[in-house]
Every structure is written in structure tokens, then in C-alpha cells.
Design a protein around this ligand. Structure first.
Ligand SMILES: [Zn+2]
Ligand SMILES: [Zn+2]
Length: 161
């Protein structure tokens, strides 16, 4: 066996570690699945298109359609979470528990927001007879960086203007 496997850090998973995670979820560890999972393993939120581009940049030959299929399959088995943030704006991330999202109106940065309740369905809705199992909240505004930049601009103006 590869001796480096035991010393691999969480940031740089080996092919075998990624394959293992896919197999644990009950899927065959095909190369496209391993490559897509590697992109998401680096953290953050990615659109399907961004995943295609990243895989492409690495010189790995995976067809666009199969990246989409892989994202769909990994989401179905719970390895990956898909979040709908608007029309044509579905983002994917490695599943790391139920949480919400904040989108910066200025720089479009997406930040994780911990679920205040800690579990679904998060919010009660007064819908007589309905069984609600999920409520996703999207927060919008200025991210810390953009908010700080706005304050600086404001304070440069002379008072009273
Ligand atoms: Zn921002
Ligand atoms: Zn997230």
C-alpha cells in the first residue's frame, strides 16, 4: 500500500481517501467522481460550471455532462449538498451538516451561516395540516470585507455632505 496515505492531511486527500468516501456512500469510485469530489474537498461553494472549469484546468478529461451527472449522484447519496440560491444559481459543496447561506450583494461572496436551531426544519410555518421538514434561509447584504470598505469610503467624505 501507499505509505503516504497515513500522513495525508485533510486538505490534500489522496485518491484512495476520496474513493473511499464515494464507496462508503454506496457508489462506484469512478475517475470523474473522484475528480469532482477533489474540487469540492478544497472547500467553498461552487457552481456546476466552476467545477467543470476547475477539473478542466487540471488537465483531467471529464465531459461537462458527466460532471453534472456526478454532482447529481453525489448529492443524491449525501456526500455533496446542493443549495439553490436563485434561478440558475445552484451551488455545490461538500456536505458538512445543515446550515444556511449569506450572499454578498456586492462581491457575490457566499458565506456559511450556522443554523440557529441546529436542525431541520429551522422555522415553523403556520400551514394547517402541512408537514414541514425543511426551511432554508438565504441572507443577503454586505459581507464583512465589503461592509468595511463601504465604511472607509463614507468616512473619507467631509462630515455633513
Ligand atoms: Zn462582499
Ligand atoms: Zn455552505
Amino acid at each position: 500500500m501507499n505509505p503516504r496515505r497515513t500522513v495525508s492531511s485533510a486538505d490534500q486527500p489522496t485518491d484512495e481517501a476520496l474513493a473511499e468516501r464515494i464507496r462508503e456512500a454506496g457508489l462506484r469510485a469512478t475517475q470523474p467522481r473522484v475528480e469532482v469530489l477533489r474540487v469540492l474537498h478544497e472547500g467553498g461553494h461552487h457552481t456546476a460550471s466552476e467545477v467543470v472549469d476547475t477539473v478542466d484546468k487540471r488537465g483531467v478529461d471529464v465531459a461537462r455532462m458527466s460532471v453534472y451527472n456526478v454532482l447529481h449522484n453525489l448529492t443524491r447519496v449525501g456526500v455533496v449538498t446542493a443549495v439553490e440560491l436563485g434561478p440558475d444559481r445552484t451551488i455545490y459543496e461538500l456536505d458538512h451538516g445543515w446550515h444556511h447561506h449569506f450572499i454578498c450583494r456586492r462581491c457575490q461572496r457566499i458565506l456559511d451561516v450556522p443554523c440557529i436551531v441546529g436542525a431541520k426544519p429551522c422555522l415553523d410555518a403556520e400551514l394547517e395540516g402541512a408537514e414541514i421538514d425543511e426551511a432554508a434561509v438565504t441572507f443577503r447584504g454586505l459581507c464583512p470585507q465589503c461592509a468595511a470598505a463601504t465604511k472607509k469610503t463614507r468616512s473619507r467624505r467631509p462630515p455633513g455632505s
